[in-house]
Design a protein around this ligand. Structure first.
Ligand SMILES: [Mn+2]
Length: 280
């Protein structure tokens, strides 16, 4: 396995990467916005932001401990040192095992954001036809699914629950190929944050159309959709995670790109619907 991992990083030509992106895009086009995750040992990964070392450890643990499914919650690019390598490795494994690797869209898988926060600059450094490659990556990102629901009713999403979404199956009705995210429900799925001492939805300081969701709307949402818990990412914490709403929502972060002092963690979903957080 490690040999494959390093082959993608070191030996892929620009043409190889272009082909990889196109092949993964074809796979993503066949997926629905809401992925159904079958029964089995499942690992969930938070923001990576170009942290290739942590991704390497994650892939090692995935194979060594015989996980069935590996769900990534988005924010693969921007900020860190090896964004192009991280997305290439993720695409490589997605192509190799399309049913076992789930790549959910984060708010940084949007050209408006990743032109500004590092990805565009890295693509310019690493490719000759960089404009074309930037366009290809973002075109593929536009096909990423927006959420997943596991066999035991754990809902996985980058940001959180949106104001205006009643049933999670309606996620499949959202527009599928927007490069710049403008649909209001899609935007909230990738941008919203939980807020412990709040009840309803509140406008977020992150920007227009983005909200914080409180306990009451959270509990309504999980009851209406018969969800046991939610695992999401999108915020960093010193020890890598934080739980909300009587531990029914876990927020995890899997990148040390900001600081080595911040712990990277992953979530492990057990059959009883319990989520364990483990350092990686
Ligand atoms: Mn985010």
């Amino acid at each position: 396995m490690p040999a494959r991992f390093f082959n993608v990083i070191q030996n892929y030509t620009e043409q190889n990467v272009k082909t990889l992106i196109r092949d993964v895009e074809k796979i993503l086009e066949t997926e629905k916005n809401l992925i159904i995750v079958p029964k089995g040992k499942t690992m969930v990964v938070g923001d990576l932001h170009g942290d290739l070392e942590t991704l390497h450890r994650i892939i090692n643990v995935f194979f060594r401990e015989e996980f069935k499914t590996l769900i990534f919650l988005g924010d693969y690019v921007d900020r860190g040192a090896k964004q192009v390598e991280v997305i290439n490795v993720l695409f490589y494994y997605k192509k190799l095992m399309p049913d076992r690797i789930v790549l959910i869209r984060g708010n940084h898988e949007d050209p408006i954001i990743n032109r500004q926060y590092g990805f565009y600059d890295e693509v310019r450094l690493k490719f000759r036809k960089s404009r074309e490659m930037f366009r290809d990556y973002n075109h593929a990102f536009s096909h990423l699914p927006l959420a997943a629901i596991t066999w035991n009713r754990i809902f996985c999403v980058h940001g959180g629950i949106p104001d205006g979404l009643e049933e999670i199956r309606d996620i499949n009705l959202l527009p599928t190929n927007q490069e710049e995210i403008s649909d209001p429900i899609t935007k909230q799925l990738v941008w919203n944050d939980p807020k412990e001492n709040s009840k309803k939805f509140k406008q977020s300081s992150r920007g227009p159309g983005i909200k914080q969701f409180g306990r009451e709307v959270f509990e309504d949402f999980i009851e209406r959709n018969q969800i046991k818990g939610i695992i999401r990412s999108h915020e960093k914490f010193k020890n890598g995670y934080k739980s909300y709403f009587d531990e029914k929502l876990i927020s995890i972060f899997s990148s040390q790109s900001y600081s080595k002092k911040v712990s990277a963690v992953v979530g492990v979903i057990h059959s009883e619907g319990i989520i364990d957080v483990i350092p990686i």
